[in-house]
Design a binder for this molecule. Sequence first.
Ligand SMILES: *[C@@H]1O[C@H](CO)[C@@H](O)[C@H](O)[C@H]1NC(C)=O
Length: 432
Amino acid sequence: MARLFDPTRLQRRWQLIVLTAILGIIVFLFFSFERPPPRRRAADTLPISQLGVSLHNQGTAGRLIKPKDIKVIGLVFFGRKDRVRILRCYLERNLAVNGGWLDEVHWVRNTDTKDDVDYLHKLIASNPSYKQIEIKETGFIGYGLAWSTLEEGAIYVKIDDDVVFMADDAVSRVVSTKLAHPECLVVAANMINSPLMGWVHYHMGATHPYLPELINPEDVKPELAPDRGKRPETAKRTDWKYTQHPYWAGPDDYFFSFEQEPPTMRHRWLRLATNAENQVRELKRTPISDAEYKTWGNSVQSWAIAAQQHYSFLENLYEDQLDLYQFSPKAQAWITDYQRLSINFIAINATEILSHLPMDTVDEEWLTVSLPKKIGKSVAVDTHALAVHFSFGGQGDVQTTDLLGRYLDYALENACMAPAPGSKDMKGSYYI
Ligand SMILES: *[C@@H]1O[C@H](CO)[C@@H](O)[C@H](O)[C@H]1NC(C)=O
């Protein structure tokens, strides 16, 4: 006989109903509450931006926004016209009046050469955002004095006059990182040709096998004989694209050391043709394979190590692979405490500097070693902020290559133009 009433069955059914109801409520609550949007990491996930008008325009989405209440000033120690005619194009793109982050650029005259000084005066007169900082002395003493002219409250981006390329977001990135990390006294850009970062770039696989072109001694024209110490004539514009130049040709056992002297004036370095079989061996016979991670090591002394890094950079620029220099989006900045770091492109807070003046040693040592150590702060390299530094004092022979002419070519083609009004992606008119 079937049982009409089964209390255990009823109990089970109730259990089932209650359980379903609870689950329903949980699901309902889960979907009805507004959840915060997934976390975005500032602009980090984007590749290093190329110039907005370059061949390889990567767009401007996700650009960093400049905080309204912060004044950003560029600080340039001016020395050489043939460098600054390249730098000025990048600076002008970065002026606040052109949509960039630099409200002003302050120029410190650091030369007495008439030709160069005349150029500086014309340059300053050409743009209302430019201002000359008058220092009584030039050279070493002038450098020290210049730091006392900082404006309280401003963020400064100190840029060397021989910075010959900067990514469009280099300024905004070093400034943003400085603002977000008050524990860092100095935030430096990730420089191509930097005694510390050059080693990092090589070991990350961003430096390629290049060697100086082999020229028959009989074919060297007298005016191209290497003459060390002589100031070479102004660089001629030369095609910056490595694909427009031949591959290197020479004996298989040819080796070029980082200590060797330049073969001729205005020579070029050429790419070694590589494949999976020979690429390791080819790189090992080029100067970069001996580069050191050391403030006063060969990376700051050797013109050849510098040259190879420059030619490799121009290849990476052409191949649209500047992210070879950049750490992962989640990576922290590269900390250099307390090894002296070159200050070719750095963001600092004027208030912090002014409150600790005067400097008791040369500015670079003070900013990246003595002061941060004394006040317990860090010095960091933002690997996502990319710029190129032409040469250090001991690398003067970099000017025997055609590199300055190539950087000039790239700048003229991609950077030296006024932005077209109303359109970010349209070429404008040339400044020069
Ligand atoms: C600069 O440093 C001062 C002193 O530490 C601080 O009060 C100020 O907020 C900093 N300025 C910016 C823009 O971060």
